[in-house]
Write a protein that binds this ligand. Sequence first.
Ligand code: XIL
Length: 357
Amino acid sequence: MRPRGQSAPFLPALAGLILLMVPIACGGSTRPTTPTPDVPGGDLPPLAVAGRAVDKLIGAAVQAALLNDTRYGAVAAREFSYFTAEYEMKWNALQPAPGVHDFSRGDAIVAFADMQGARVKGHALVWHQSTPAWAEALTPDQLRAALTDHIRTTVEHYRGRVMAWDVVNEAIADGGGGLRDTIYRQKLGDGYIAEAFRAARAADPGALLFYNDYGGEGMNTKSNRIYDLVRDLRAQGVPVDGVGLQMHLSANSRPSDAAIAANMRRLADLGLRVNISEMDVKINDVPGGPAARLDAQRATYRDVVRLCVTEPRCDAVTFWGFTDAHTWLTGDSPLLYDSSYQPKPAYFGVLDALMGR
Ligand code: XIL
């Protein structure tokens, strides 16, 4: 991804984070040193290191409140070089009341990333599920002003520290029936998407700007509408740099490799970057016992991450969390580490994809 200048870490959060680094410096990591049967003996590279070897950023959504947890922080710091705030940079988290801004938790994630020399993706400037309650009640003119101010204030605050933004999230209706009928479309019209991207570009010309969505990973009516949307935006000169494919999958049923690859390629042919932006893989509906479920999960992670490795315009893979102890898919085990912070077969599946095994 476009390199950005490093910035001085936030001093307020720095002290707490230094304590966090001690276990790592003293070898207290949970590094998987047992090679899997299909990987020669010796130490395995962290995911971010393996990703760097194939020019891919490997990231995770993180929660600011957990970064001071020794095990959570150690794995995040070691394995990933690209962090997304799971919820701390959403509008309702950043501005709980009109004109009342709380950047503290987003700042903690940026400071943590700065400590590792890692990058940050901002998520998400415009999302119908994170509109502050006070903004829901605004008139159309008030909402347009508040949204534009939110985008400008937020992106300017993180200018030079956040490499990319999910500017608009999940604006296409399920089933591919056109734009989702959100408060933004209702009150601002279809043009709200272009307005948001233009406001973000004006606030930080150096940031990469993404459209992000789920359910449009393969070739289907929803991915066709996403394709049409970003094609038309680009044709109108709207500054869209990439598309995030969220990649919330089930190991029991998912788009085929060929369909995902074709969708990535057609987006790339528009001149766009592609990200796998929120990957997790549910396994509860996989038939068979625990071993079968974990094997199916490993194969899914391996095969899908491999699609990003082989697509030149796919420059980042982000997992939506990394330990089953903290997943939004409560009741399932969708991530790379178990609840005791031990790497699962899925972890090695990602490593296999990045190391070309
Ligand atoms: C989810 C978070 O994981 C939860 O912690 C939060 O309560 C709700 O949002 N698609 C997205 C993410 O773009 O922002 C959502 O994250 C998951 C679905």
